[in-house]
Design a protein around this ligand. Structure first.
Ligand code: KG4
Ligand code: ZN
Length: 341
């Protein structure tokens, strides 16, 4: 099998997505989102998201196959996100994928969504160098990973001790009155603000045992500091300079992420940094990483925006990696794992 063809299915949160990848070529990519249904609640409502997956599953998967000009008989394998994510949402995608794989007699891989966010960069930049560092930033995760082999060995180098970067943005956005998800609103406003207008603490570094840990993150204090500053302004009857708040927050978060990623690259001797996850769509982070990468001689591989947020291509791409590496398909009774590490 020279270039495996894999159908990828994603349903961890509010996107029902499917895509076909052949080798390193994206042949189709279909995303349906229930995001608008959650906006008025200020966050994803699992029950609503699960129902939306059940409705969208068949249309989205059929469309992905049709856009690729294929039928299910043409694919070599199916991959589906088995975790981490919302249990009810995962259950819909995994059940659908199991039924499809069983009826079409295709091998099925239950994959780790977070690793998918890294794998997807291959569609744009080609195969991974051996041994590279990866920065995953999303609404649920902020981690620095050491990727020895994307199909077999990925280790956590550092992670957030509390909130994820996207979660921090979403919480501050809520405070400023933006609808969910607030990250993109902060990004837009930050482009018109002064990043040094407000002193926002760096999301740092006290390890669990009180020791400094060079690669861990902490964004809960950042959110609290911004919230307190905004409340003080409001209590004093002063207007809140929204653009400046957003720019200062974005600068602080992007700076600490880029700094630790570069220190990690130096320490691990990695000349590349793979970046993935919904928050890697953030303009301030993208600019900061590219700037720091150029300074440190590190090639920063950030995918185009449509591949940063949740999609089926990331699942299909990791599926191709597993097929190429000769990894055995998942057992028919493999479980969903909402807290998959
Ligand atoms: O990876 P993803 O689509 O879903 C999770 O697995 O969490 O990431 C979604 C997160 C949300 O917190 C959203 O606010 C954030 O990514 N996000 C952004 C931007 N686009 C998406 N945050 C800041 N700036 C953006 N442009
Ligand atoms: Zn994600």
């Amino acid at each position: 099998m020279s270039e495996p063809i894999v159908l990828g299915i994603e349903s961890t949160c509010d996107e029902t997505a499917a895509a076909v990848v052949q080798g390193r070529t994206l042949r189709s990519n279909v995303v349906a989102s229930s995001m608008n249904e959650h906006a008025r609640y200020g966050g994803v409502i699992p029950e609503i998201a699960s129902r939306a997956h059940a409705q969208a599953f068949v249309p989205v998967v059929s469309q992905a196959l049709a856009d690729a000009g294929l039928t299910i008989d043409d694919v070599d394998a199916i991959a589906v996100s088995a975790g981490p994510g919302l249990a009810g949402c995962l259950a819909v995608g995994v059940s659908g994928a199991k039924a499809l794989a069983w009826s079409a007699n295709k091998p099925l891989y239950g994959i780790n969504h977070v690793i998918g966010h890294i794998a997807v960069t291959q569609l744009q930049f080609g195969p991974f160098p051996k041994d590279t560092l990866a920065l995953i930033v999303s609404g649920g995760h902020t981690s620095l990973l050491h990727v020895e082999d994307v199909a077999r060995k990925v280790d956590v180098v550092g992670t957030t001790l509390d909130d994820a970067a996207g979660e921090c943005f979403d919480k501050v956005a809520r405070l400023l009155g933006f609808p969910y998800p607030g990250g993109p609103h902060i990004d837009r406003h930050a482009q018109h603000g002064d990043p040094h207008a407000i002193k926002v603490p760096m999301g740092l570094t006290q390890g669990k045992a009180g020791k400094q840990h060079p690669y861990d993150f902490s964004f809960s204090g950042v959110k609290t500091a911004v919230a307190r500053w905004v409340e003080q302004q409001q209590a004093a009857g002063r207007p809140v300079p929204v653009d400046d708040v957003c720019a200062s927050l974005a600068d602080s978060v992007a700076t600490v992420l880029a700094k630790k990623a570069m220190t990690g690259c130096e320490q691990y001797g990695s000349k590349t940094l793979i970046v993935g996850g919904g928050f890697s769509a953030n303009s301030q982070l993208r600019a900061k990483l590219l700037e720091e990468g150029a300074k440190h001689g590190v090639e920063v591989r950030i995918p185009q925006i449509k591949l940063c947020t949740d999609n089926g291509a990331m699942v299909a791409m990791l599926g191709v990696n597993l097929v190429e590496a000769g990894v055995a398909p998942s057992d028919p009774d493999f479980p969903i794992d909402s807290a998959m590490p």
